[in-house]
Write a protein that binds this ligand. Structure first.
Ligand code: PSU
Ligand code: MN
Length: 301
C-alpha cells in the first residue's frame, strides 16, 4: 500500500527565493521518498488542481515567481477561498497551509509537512487591524495532521496558541515541552503534550479521529540545533521587518512573503538556511508519522 505525504507550494512560489526554492522543493520530495513515502506537492496549474507535481512543474512554479527566470505569468497565493477563483480563471496558484490541508483531505491524504503555519499576526500599534491566517481556521475544521516547526516567529505566538486551544486542535510537541518558534527552538510557551516518537504521535492522532473529531492535529518539531537562530538574535530583525511592513502599508496575503524576504535580507540569508533545514527535518518526521498512522489504521498481520 502506498503512503502519501502532502507538501505545500506557497513556500516554493512565495516563501523562498529562486533557485533555493527549486532545490528545496526537490530535496523535500526526496526526503519523503527516502523514508518510503510518496510526496504529493499540491498546486493549481492552468486552473487544474494538481495533487503531485512533475519535476518540470516544480521547476515552472519555482521560476515563475522569479522575474528573470519566470514565465511572466504571476502565480497566485491560494488560501482556501482563492482556489475556486484560480480554477475558474485558469490561473496558476501555489497553495498555502490552509488550501493544501483542504485539498489533501479531499484526496485522502492525512499527513502534511510544512515549515511554519500561519497564525495570528502581531500588531505594531493600535492603528492596525487583526490579521488571522486562514491556516488556523482550516486546522479547526479539516482532519489532517500538520507537521511544522511551530508558527512563524513573525507572528503573535501566544495568541496563535490560544486560538488553537479555543478550536480544540491538539498541539503536540515532538521531543519538546515548548511551542517552537520556527527559527528558534524555544518560545517560552508551554505545550499541552509532549511526544517522543512517531508511533506515540500516531496513537494520539488515531484516537482523536476515532472519536469523531473533525479537526486537524498540529505536531510541532523544533528546528535542528545546528540550524537554529537564537531568539534574541532574530527578534530585533523581526521588529525591523514589521516596522517596514507598516510603513509600506503591506497587508493581507502579501504580508507573510514580505516579512520573510525582509528577514532574509537582514540576516544575510541565514533565515533561508534555517527555513530549508527545518522543512527537511519536518518532512522526515511527517513521513514517519504517516507510516505509523497507516499501520494503526490497517495493521499488516
Ligand atoms: N512557512 C514558511 N514559508 C511560507 C509559509 C509558511 O516557512 O511561505 C506560507 C504558508 O503557505 C502559510 C502561509 O500557509 O505562508 C501563511 O500565509 P498567511 O499568513 O497570509 O495566511
Ligand atoms: Mn492574513
Amino acid at each position: 500500500m502506498n503512503i502519501f505525504l502532502a507538501l505545500e507550494s506557497t513556500v516554493i512560489a512565495h516563501g523562498l527565493p529562486y533557485p533555493q526554492n527549486l532545490d528545496t522543493a526537490r530535496e523535500l520530495e526526496n526526503v519523503a521518498r527516502a523514508h518510503g513515502v510518496e510526496p504529493r506537492t499540491i498546486a493549481v496549474l492552468g486552473g487544474e488542481v494538481k495533487v503531485g507535481l512533475t519535476d518540470a512543474q516544480l521547476e515552472y512554479l519555482a521560476k515563475a515567481s522569479n522575474p528573470s527566470a519566470g514565465s511572466g505569468r504571476a502565480v497566485m497565493k491560494l488560501s482556501r477561498r482563492d482556489v475556486a477563483i484560480a480554477i475558474a480563471e485558469r490561473r496558476d496558484g501555489a497553495t498555502t497551509v490552509a488550501a493544501t490541508m483542504w485539498l489533501a483531505h479531499k484526496n485522502g491524504i492525512r499527513v502534511f509537512a510544512t515549515g511554519g503555519i500561519g497564525g495570528v499576526h502581531r500588531t505594531v500599534d493600535e492603528s492596525q487591524t487583526w490579521d488571522v491566517s486562514a491556516d488556523l481556521e482550516e486546522l479547526a475544521r479539516t482532519p489532517v495532521v500538520v507537521v511544522c516547526a511551530g508558527a512563524k516567529a513573525i507572528l503573535d505566538l501566544p495568541a496563535t496558541l490560544e486560538y488553537l486551544e479555543t478550536h480544540s486542535v491538539p498541539v503536540l510537541g515532538y521531543e519538546t515541552d515548548e511551542f517552537p518558534a520556527f527559527y528558534s527552538r524555544s518560545s517560552g510557551l508551554k505545550l499541552q503534550s509532549r511526544v517522543h516518537s512517531p508511533v506515540q504521535a500516531a496513537r494520539i492522532i488515531h484516537e482523536h479521529w476515532k472519536m469523531g473529531n473533525l479537526s486537524g492535529v498540529l505536531v510541532c518539531v523544533p528546528i535542528p540545533v545546528s540550524d537554529e537562530i537564537p531568539r534574541e538574535e532574530i527578534e530585533p530583525h523581526i521588529k525591523t521587518a514589521l516596522r517596514e511592513a507598516k510603513e509600506q502599508k503591506i497587508v493581507g496575503s502579501k504580508l507573510t512573503p514580505f516579512l520573510l524576504s525582509w528577514l532574509a535580507g537582514l540576516t544575510a540569508n541565514q533565515s533561508i538556511r534555517a527555513n530549508v533545514a527545518l522543512l527537511k527535518n519536518n518532512v522526515a518526521v511527517a513521513s514517519e508519522i504517516a507510516k505509523a498512522l497507516a499501520q494503526l489504521e490497517s495493521p499488516v498481520a
